[in-house]
Design a protein around this ligand. Structure first.
Ligand SMILES: CC(C)(COP(=O)(O)OP(=O)(O)OC[C@H]1O[C@@H](n2cnc3c(N)ncnc32)[C@H](O)[C@@H]1OP(=O)(O)O)[C@@H](O)C(=O)NCCC(=O)NCCS
Length: 368
């Protein structure tokens, strides 16, 4: 599929016989303005540009982004005739369970296939030098963080914590020989279209069969107090999923503080005989702090293995939906769900009329 309709200035000059050299080199300290300038250039006409630039700065601060304590990375910058045209990070996450896998991330590039190819080559060589035989990505900086290249659903504004990129990245990555590893899905869900009968039937049965079951809504200080319970459910329920890396204590702190700092979140903890069994975490995506939130992102729904397939998701959904209704919520973004997560995809598809609104692709490259 051809995406670029107008010839670039480079293309025009090339047809006149002018040759350009793409040079990729590790980023030096003095290159940081080029690094951020490139992003400003690529998203020059995008209303989300300030938000994207700010997000990029935050990524490099361990206080906000404690994943930096266990990743090692090298940034590369591509220049064409001294002008920055692309960037990439080669990343090793010391906590990733498969020691053969390294990552690339922070991949940003002008519509330039040669620059894309050379950047990925540079990242791959850096990883191969550290014993990695497979490169996955993009991730920033690991699979718990921003993952995948947006390949479907470009009419939606960027969501906090999720990737955002121009449509041509898919073509450049595939043109550079990268193959699909997996797609991660974002569903849009209208609370007015919910399959209430099914949820209520399953939830009623679950409540009757699990007598010690209790649900609590958490916010602010109670979220912080229940940090351990949230971390336990998160790490145990998601452990079998694609790309899982357990959250460290510091990451859990940052995650919970982030939830607690935003008002209007709908966060539920399910306990059985006072032991943590399930969580449902939704944050508002509408920006105003004063007006009631009308849209939410359901970011985490997890049930510990011993209580899975016993109706707990339905119980959590039931209460979450009631809270959505009270706040006047009109739209829920359920993301990200791995396409091979059959249980979660089934729960979502049975819960309401939904559509996959956005798709994020993770790529793989075997390293020589
Ligand atoms: C996905 C997950 C949350 C489902 O929870 P669960 O408690 O095992 O699911 P349930 O027992 O409530 O499902 C029982 C039945 O109720 C249905 N159900 C559950 N919630 C429902 C809802 N909101 N609407 C309609 N039906 C629902 C299920 O589809 C299932 O139907 P079936 O018996 O016809 O298959 C759980 O398996 C899990 O924690 N998985 C690992 C973590 C994960 O991958 N989370 C998603 C990414 S954030």
């Amino acid at each position: 599929m051809k995406r670029f309709t107008s010839p670039s200035p480079r293309h025009i000059l090339e047809t006149k016989g002018v040759e350009f050299m793409i040079d990729v080199a590790p980023l030096r300290e003095g290159d940081l303005p080029s690094f951020f300038g490139l992003l400003a250039d690529i998203y020059a006409s995008d209303p989300a540009r300030p938000q994207l630039l700010l997000g990029q700065v935050g990524l490099f601060l361990p206080f906000f982004h404690p994943v930096l304590y266990h990743v090692e990375y090298q940034l590369f910058l591509a220049r064409e005739d001294k002008r920055p045209v692309g960037q990439v990070a080669a990343i090793v996450d010391k906590h990733y369970p498969d020691p053969k896998v390294g990552f690339f991330g922070l991949f940003e590039v002008t519509p330039n296939q040669e620059a894309a190819g050379k950047l990925l080559q540079a990242a791959g060589s850096w990883l191969a030098g550290r014993g990695k035989t497979v490169m996955l990505g993009p991730v920033a900086f690991n699979t718990n963080q921003k993952v995948g290249t947006l390949i479907q659903g470009f009419d939606h504004p960027p969501q906090p914590g999720l990737t955002y990129n121009p449509p041509y990245y898919q073509e450049l990555l595939e043109g550079a020989g990268m193959a699909k590893e997996i797609d991660l899905l974002a569903y849009l869900w209208d609370p007015a279209q919910v399959n209430t009968a099914k949820i209520e039937r399953v939830a009623r049965r679950a409540r009757a069969r699990i007598p010690g079951l209790a649900l609590r809504r958490l916010s602010g200080s109670s979220l912080v107090r229940e940090k351990r319970a949230l971390g336990e459910v998160y790490n145990r329920s998601l452990a079998a999923g694609w790309g899982f890396v357990p959250l460290t204590e510091k990451e859990l702190d940052a995650f919970v503080q982030g939830l607690a700092a935003r008002s209007q979140g709908i966060h539920l903890l399910a306990e059985v005989d006072q032991l943590p069994a399930g969580i449902s975490l939704s944050m508002p995506t509408s920006l105003s702090r004063r007006a009631a939130a009308t849209s939410f992102r359901l970011a985490i729904l997890g049930v510990v293995p011993e209580y899975q397939s016993r109706g707990l998701a339905a119980v959590l959904f039931q209460e979450t939906i009631q809270a959505y209704a009270k706040s006047g919520c009109r739209q829920v973004d359920i993301s990200l769900v791995a396409e091979n997560n059959s249980l979660m995809n089934r729960v979502i598809e049975q819960s309401a009329t939904t559509t996959v609104a956005r798709r994020y692709r993770v790529y793989r490259l075997a390293l020589a």
